[in-house]
Design a protein. Structure first.
Length: 408
């Protein structure tokens, strides 16, 4: 079973790596095209039907780019479609969600102090909420509210605040924050898959059939693309938040999540305004800093109640509690790890248990058996720099305990 645990870790690594690589490609192309679109200029030399052009220099060469709001008079033989970056970012994110939060639902998804439900119910709530998010968003965009950019953004922000609070009533703090990222990223990916690309294909189909494409398809696609542009920075924060308990494991985590959207909006407004050559809105940076200071202040409030993993043994943890090597392994962990991984860390400079993982009691240690074995048994990542001087025999004991609890 030790080999299976290692294979599982590498599967998560592969999914995470794929997620990061595809996300970089998607975000990079999104930011580039928004900047390009905002920087287009009208010149007397533009061809018929062209909306604007821009000259750029990069990599030792010059690029001359022209944009058509509907389509050029003729369709080129080759078109480059930007879609697979978003599809694979979403799909790899789904794989990570399944590997971490669905497979490990009892530990990472469910907080029985918040909502005591079976794993399948929690997973159903997770999937259902993400689907609901897209349905609400898409319906709003297609409603009369969608004709007002300001009105639409205000209603969407209210929904995001509501979802931020709602997730904290369903899942662990860590899962709640991560779900805000999944909820938002699904909207972004669905915008590409269900609106932007289909609209572009309609335009291409009309051109091939000799019809004049309707400009509304390009207008709608541009609106969704702009939404994606403003949602990107908050999504990045949510995906990184699982490493920072002060973001996800404090009383006001849902307000922190809500404020992050405002931080992302003002930062993107700065860059979008600069790219459109409409000035230099310096005010956005003080606003972003003030909001971030408020977030830091909110995080200093009371921590959330202990997670279920620290109070209730998950079903997966029971064999590790019953293993003959458990007492010795637990003593090792509490001796070598609990100075940091405790409710009130004693190690200088550590003010909260890293990643909110508390290992100062038997149930918590059993719940985190796989993580302990991977980090301190099979690998020597923990303790960092081996500051507590864990011996090779103690690492071997942890591996033996894990193998025993995992079964044949």
């Amino acid at each position: 079973m030790g080999e299976l645990a290692i294979l599982y870790e590498w599967a998560m690594f592969a999914a995470r790596w794929l997620h990061v690589v595809t996300a970089i490609a998607w975000i990079g192309s999104s930011f580039y095209f928004i900047a390009l679109d905002l920087g287009l200029r009208k010149t007397p030399s533009l061809p018929p039907l062209a909306h604007g052009e821009e000259w750029q220099v990069h990599g030792g060469g010059f690029y001359h780019i022209q944009k058509y709001l509907v389509a050029p008079e003729f369709l080129p033989e080759h078109l480059t479609w930007f879609k697979w970056e978003s599809y694979w970012t979403w799909f790899s994110g789904l794989m990570l969600m399944a590997l971490i939060y669905y497979v490990g639902a009892d530990l990472y998804l469910i907080d029985r102090n918040v909502l005591d439900v079976p794993a399948w119910v929690a997973i159903g709530l997770s999937i259902g909420s993400i689907v609901l998010g897209w349905v609400l968003y898409d319906s709003l965009c297609k409603s009369p509210i969608g004709n007002s950019t300001t009105g639409l953004m205000l209603v969407l922000f209210a929904i995001l605040v509501g979802m931020s609070w709602g997730y904290t009533q369903l899942f662990t703090g860590r899962a709640a924050m991560l779900h805000m990222g999944a909820f938002t990223a699904t909207i972004m990916a669905a915008n590409v898959a269900m609106i932007i690309i289909p609209n572009q294909k309609i335009v291409v189909g009309d051109l091939k059939a000799g019809r004049v494409p309707d400009a509304k398809y390009g207008k709608v696609a541009k609106q969704r693309s702009l939404h994606n542009n403003y949602l990107t920075l908050p999504v990045i924060f949510f995906m990184l938040s699982s490493h920072y308990p002060l973001a996800f494991a404090t009383q006001w985590n849902w307000i922190i999540a809500s404020l992050i959207f405002l931080v992302g909006v003002v930062i993107r407004h700065y860059f979008n305004t600069r790219h459109a050559r409409k000035g230099n809105p310096h005010w956005t940076w003080p606003v972003a800093v003030i909001l971030f200071i408020i977030i830091a202040w909110l995080s200093s409030g009371p921590k959330l109640p202990g997670s279920a993993g620290e109070e209730v043994a998950s079903r997966a943890a029971e064999p590790f509690l019953a293993a003959s090597h458990f007492a010795a392994a637990s003593l090792t962990v509490q001796t070598r790890c609990a100075m940091c991984h405790t409710a009130e860390p004693a190690w200088p400079g550590v003010y909260q248990a890293p990643r909110n993982v508390v290992l100062d009691n038997d149930i918590a240690i059993a719940n985190h058996a796989k993580d302990i074995a991977i980090q301190a048994g099979f690998a020597h990542a923990m303790p960092p720099g081996n500051v507590s001087e864990m011996t090779p025999d103690e690492r071997a004991l942890i591996v033996e305990w894990f193998r025993e609890g995992s079964g044949p």
